[in-house]
Design a binder for this molecule. Structure first.
Ligand SMILES: [Zn+2]
Length: 270
């Protein structure tokens, strides 16, 4: 009998953080309801714990880059095609972006750049170069504010101005957005959809912003690499020397494993 067990199992597999929090919360609630009322302190503690878990469960899909619970997000492409999408956030940046573009041009690879609106207005020539070299431009808000720390009105303003900046400078409509830190409320997603955007997150995150050294960045990307991955890297937001050094080695190692590299809009969906 098909009662959606496979669907449930797939969902748990894809959203194991959420499933874990929901499951633990349910167990805490169950135990709490079984306790006789004479254990008043325990009941209060249990109730508090269950309430915290419920809040955590409600917020977890807002920060989990794999979760589409509150609305569709693209975190990877088809797992059966050896494709891999490089994405670069927080630029354009006058030092790092040209270096990354040089590497991509040399290797004949197209990638995706999620640009901060303010930076797009500051460095329009870099936006034009990204576009001219065949890469996909997306928006990463106007001034890289955490949209979960914004009111709904501020969040809409950040999203709209971010999209407008990238579209105006590139002369092309922007269709893809990545919220800063990947953090989004359900209404953040609705706001993005209402402005014609698809929301892109990631499935491979070497955490290059921690500056762990290029060897560690390479190892994290390559060891975790799966078909259809979207990898989160950064061309802006600080010194990205390690990312620039890691990139050619990552490309070489993944090519040896048969991967080809595409823009986010060229990934096949599942
Ligand atoms: Zn960012």
């Amino acid at each position: 009998m098909d009662f959606g067990y496979d669907k449930l199992r797939n969902w748990v597999h894809e959203n194991y953080h959420t499933a874990y929090v929901l499951g633990t919360g349910a167990i805490a609630l169950g135990l709490w309801s079984l306790l006789p009322s004479k254990f008043r302190t325990l009941k209060l503690l249990g109730g508090g714990y269950a309430a915290c878990l419920a809040l955590g469960a409600a917020l977890e899909p807002c920060v989990n880059f794999r979760s589409s619970l509150y609305g569709p997000v693209i975190s990877h492409g088809s797992r059966s095609e050896p494709k891999f999408a490089f994405t670069f956030d927080d630029g354009p940046h006058p030092d790092n972006t040209p270096k990354i573009l040089d590497i991509l041009a040399r290797e004949n690879i197209k990638a995706t750049f999620f640009c901060v609106g303010e930076n797009a207005l500051l460095y329009p020539e870099l936006i034009c170069r990204i576009k001219a070299e065949g890469h996909l431009l997306g928006s990463h808000s106007f001034s890289h504010k955490n949209l979960m720390a914004c009111t709904p009105a501020e969040s809409l303003d950040q999203i709209r101005r971010g999209i407008e900046a990238v579209s105006r400078v590139s002369g092309e409509p922007c269709r893809f957005i990545r919220p800063p830190y990947g953090m989004r409320y359900p209404w953040t997603l609705r706001q993005a959809y209402s402005l014609g955007q698809q929301v892109v997150l990631w499935s491979n995150w070497p955490r290059d912003w921690q500056l762990p050294g290029e060897e560690v960045i390479i190892e994290r990307v390559v060891n975790d690499a799966q078909y259809g991955d979207i990898v989160l890297l950064h061309d802006g937001g600080g010194d990205r020397t390690q990312t620039v050094l890691a990139l050619p080695v990552i490309i070489e190692k993944l090519r040896e494993r048969g991967f080809s590299f595409v823009r986010v809009d060229e990934l096949q969906s599942e």
